[in-house]
Design a protein around this ligand. Sequence first.
Ligand code: ACO
Length: 380
Amino acid sequence: MTPYAHIVGWGKCVPERALTNDELSEMVDTSDEWILARTGIQERRIVGEEETTLSMSLHAAQQALEVAHLRPNQLDLIVIATVTPDHLFPATSCLLQDALGATRAAAFDLSAGCTGFVYGLGIASHLLIAGVYRTALVIGAETLSRITDWQDRATCVLFGDGAGAVILQAGENEGGILATVLGADGSGGELLHLPAGGSRYPASHRTVAEGMHYIQMRGREVFRFAVRKMPAATQEVLQKAGLSIADVNLLIPHQANQRIIEAATRALDLPPERVYSNLHRYGNTSSASIPLALCEAADEGRIQPGDLMVCVGFGAGLTWGAAAIRWTRPQPVPTPPLRRFLRRLLYLLATTRSRLRKAWRWLNALLTRDPMAKDGRKEQ
Ligand code: ACO
């Protein structure tokens, strides 16, 4: 029997703080009219001091596990797509593995710009279909506000923070991720990049003084690339799945600019009601944008069992990707209070376990004789 990779759970997290266009126009030379007309964005969410990519991923993952009726120790794999990890290393997905108590899971981060979540879906679904793993958590999460130059009106009006998660599970019933296409063209890497902070330009007085730790973008060229690639990737993935645009019930495009979404919709000859957009509320949240939209579409009942959905993205790299998905999960029923309490207990246990492991490591280092020190004594 051919195994399939189904979406069985989903969850999201957005910061409470909404930053409106009017507030932005007090910070830089812009206006609500300009932002709305050129992008379709009305407001975006911005993290508080204590929030990070990890904290938002944790909330989104806990929700997704609840919808899927799964425990963290049933996860085999955790993938976080992000360009704003908590640290360059360790991977944010490893920190999440610990925070969730997903003791059996392998974990890694991936960087594919705004296409990251679609890349994650592609890789994880193939590992499931190949029989390597049974259950995978795929997250798109970003804290773009921490790498945004709040004095640059060309970029600061576009971006926001958030996280979206799905759980994929292998199953024998037909459906789930039917096909994916992933692509890259590094010759366009400089069109959208964060120049410093890596090994090419490590942090220095110069990189800070020259604003090299902020997103830099050639907006018009990215726009042209997106308008070309989104319809092309959608057509390609449908062809790979043996389907056509007429079969699509809902298109979930990367939420970067309403004009890009509308141009893609026109090029594909899709009625606007079959295209999902929540860009006006969140702005461009990079790899979080597609899973955030997917979660809201699922919660609003815009996707029903049997529906065909296409997720399509483009982003830094340059990268692009699309996934054709046959939805198989009915609307979840609310979790009873006792079950919710037990879940909270499970996460409390995960925190305790993590602290105990850290304490044990510390104690072990204290009690174990240092082999280097012994060698040193020998030489004297
Ligand atoms: N408020 C007022 N005026 C502005 C603003 C602003 N916030 N930003 C730019 N302008 C001005 C420019 O200075 C320019 O003025 P000029 O004509 O006097 O020189 C004018 O508006 C037009 O600027 P353009 O850059 O040509 O505006 P455009 O219509 O292309 O819109 C935008 C700019 C919104 C950035 C658009 O190009 C776009 O959405 N591009 C795609 C960006 C994108 O999707 N990026 C994310 C990729 S995904 C990822 O991996 C993160």
